[in-house]
Design a protein around this ligand. Structure first.
Ligand code: F6R
Length: 615
């Protein structure tokens, strides 16, 4: 989703901004732009592009032949919310004078009423975006005598919504002013440079001394100067971020795309996530958890929230928490929780699951749960992300940076981490029988090898995908632990291959959706040997009787299931509770193959963003 990078000082801030934009690219974007204050301090230089996948190259080409020396520069990748993805809606946006520029992530909710006021007072807007409003509001404050920082502070008082913004003004050529509400923003300075970024990774080449802005703080960033104020204009000390890791530019490492590379990194992601947390004897330790054994024992209910694939991980975790830790557990879509006025009884532990740690729906759900008295944990792959910073404790996955927009290794790492947490909670609550912690730990620790065995069969999954790449109607069915796997498989197919794929509880099909089944329909079923296998196979028969072609995920060596299906995605047998980690992988490969056969860009599927920072 949208990304912000701003650099001031340095001999070539424009080059640093271009590099930052490339690091932001993975978030998904449909247009991009740059603005810089010309060294004369009289004017702004701006370039924007809206070419799917090629905007940053266009900016680079323009920059090569383009401006003279620049002072403060801002760059932005945009994922359209208000206004189509076009060059005129791309950021940065300017005021009427062309001397104030703004880049923005998030949404200004009251933009319509603010736009109407601006129109009445004669401002000329040139885009359909909510962002441009801010340029004009700031212009009005500057005309009334404010400097840039003061103008932004005053404007924040009237803005509603979730956003991060960065602005420059031709009259203050070395200054970038940045502010945020909910959407993340980091700032930093050295004696010779200043940086503002929505992602830590994009800021690191300028400085590692970074600070996270809190809600409603306004920062003035210039070489040798970092001043942060709250909405009342009082100086505040920003929170320092501990950047212990180095950011390597993600490379495809010989794979045709990031998605296949990341699929192959899944054994590593599972192993790294468990490292030092689950030991073979069954002992568990989760360092950043922030809850001691007594607090864990006091847990009366667990509420898991997330979006998309992260929500599917929550659905799996619910089973492990109930069966191992004997604690009531529910999973809910984050964007729904916030608006349904949930009653959270005392002792509720809420776990917000988010690869990015930034998804605004999940962040709001986490805040809502806390407001209603729950202890909150964030399960995320991004160290120091907004959710990690706000939660009472953190469950970090260790999948490494995920570049492909569709989550693969981060989803698998979420499943593994949630199950490790379920084991940890079960031990604290004393709900496991003797010997069980060791057995379960063994199953978890064996998962990396099992995924490795799955990947040895990759070509089988890919060729099955290619065989069905022309089909237009897919139904994914599963029961119990198989259901979230089916949901994840269907999501992967939809987002990558752009074909209809409906996921349904297998037993529920006959209550309506079965009327859609006719020859040509392809049903993909999770048919591993669980206690519900017979019931699943009865559902398979119902589909076949109506002319569907039925493919299924089945255990290695299970000839009977293979005979009953039209095609199999074979996996090594695992116990039911950990099986989603293994069963989801062939479905990722299947979706990948369908998408590739259709000529789609698997790393950057249309309309999708890696990080969803708007509601
Ligand atoms: C699907 C996918 C999305 C994300 C969802 C939540 O492949 O990647 O459904 O899972 O947008 O994102 P995070 O986990 O960053 O909160």
């Amino acid at each position: 989703m949208c990304g912000i990078i701003g650099v001031t000082g340095l001999s070539d801030p424009l080059a640093a901004v271009l590099e930052g934009l490339e690091l932001l690219e993975y978030r998904g974007y449909d247009s991009a732009g740059i603005v810089g204050v010309e060294a004369s301090g009289q004017a702004l230089w701006r370039v924007r592009a809206a070419e799917h996948g090629g905007s940053i190259d266009r900016l680079r080409a323009e920059a090569d032949g383009g401006p003279g020396p620049l002072r403060a520069c801002l760059g932005h990748t945009r994922w359209a919310t208000h206004g189509a993805p076009s060059e005129e809606n791309a950021h940065p946006h300017l005021d009427c004078s062309g001397r104030v520029a703004v880049v923005h992530n998030g949404i200004i909710e009251n933009h319509r009423e603010l736009a109407a006021e601006l129109d009445r007072s004669g401002h000329k807007r040139t885009s359909a975006t909510d962002t441009e409003i801010l340029a004009h509001l700031v212009e009005a404050e500057i005309d009334a005598g404010a400097d840039l920082a003061e103008a932004v502070r005053r404007c924040l008082l009237v803005l509603r919504g979730d956003f991060a913004v960065a602005l420059v003004h031709a009259a203050e050529p070395d200054l970038i002013v940045a502010a945020r509400r909910t959407s993340p923003l980091v700032v930093g300075t050295t004696a010779s440079a200043g940086v503002v970024a929505s992602d830590v990774a994009a800021a690191l080449s300028t400085t590692r001394q970074l600070y996270a802005l809190e809600d409603d703080q306004v920062a003035e960033v210039a070489p040798g100067r970092l001043l942060v104020r709250d909405l009342e204009g009082r100086r505040v000390e920003p929170a320092r971020i501990d950047v212990a890791w180095s950011v390597e530019r993600a490379l495809k490492g010989g794979y045709p795309d990031f998605m296949s590379k990341e699929i192959h990194e899944q054994p590593r992601a599972a192993a790294d996530t468990l490292l030092g947390r689950v030991s073979p004897g069954g002992a568990t330790e989760i360092e950043e958890l922030g809850l001691d054994e007594e607090e864990l024992r006091a847990t009366r209910r667990v509420l898991l929230v997330g979006c998309g694939s992260s929500y599917h991980a929550c659905l799996v975790a619910r089973h492990a928490l109930e069966r191992w830790a004997a604690v009531p557990a529910e999973a809910e879509i984050a964007s729904e929780l916030r608006y349904r006025e949930p009653v959270l009884a005392e002792g509720t532990l809420a776990i917000a699951v988010s690869q990015s740690g930034e998804t605004v729906d999940s962040l709001h759900a986490m805040r809502e749960a806390r407001r209603r008295g729950a202890r909150v944990l964030a399960l995320t792959n991004v160290v120091d992300s907004v959710m990690a910073r706000e939660a009472d404790g953190v469950l970090y996955t260790r999948a490494g940076p995920e570049v492909g927009v569709a989550s693969t290794k981060s989803h698998v790492a979420q499943l593994v981490m949630l199950e490790a947490f379920a084991l940890h909670l079960a031990r604290a609550r004393g709900t496991l029988r003797e010997g069980e912690p060791g057995r379960l730990a063994g199953e978890l620790l064996g998962l990396a090898a099992s995924i490795g065995r799955v990947l040895e069969r990759e070509e089988d999954y890919l060729s099955l995908g290619r065989r069905f790449s022309a089909s237009e109607n897919f139904y994914y069915l599963g029961r119990r632990l198989g259901l979230p796997v089916a949901m994840e498989g269907a999501l992967k197919l939809k987002e990558l291959a752009y074909v209809r794929a409906e996921a349904y509880p297998a037993g529920e099909m006959k209550h309506g959706p079965i009327s859609l089944i006719e020859p040509g329909a392809v049903v993909v079923v999770v048919a591993t040997r669980t206690p519900l296998w017979e019931k699943v196979m009865a559902n398979v028969e119902e589909m076949r009787a109506r002319g569907a072609t039925v493919l299924g995920v089945a255990d290695e060596g299970d000839e009977e299931t293979a005979r009953l299906l039209d095609g199999v995605l074979v996996v090594p047998p695992t116990s039911e509770l950990v099986s989603p980690v293994v069963c989801v992988v062939p479905l990722q490969c299947f979706a990948y193959a369908v998408a590739r056969a259709r000529g789609n860009d698997v790393d950057r599927p249309r309309n999708l963003a890696k990080v969803v920072t708007v509601e």
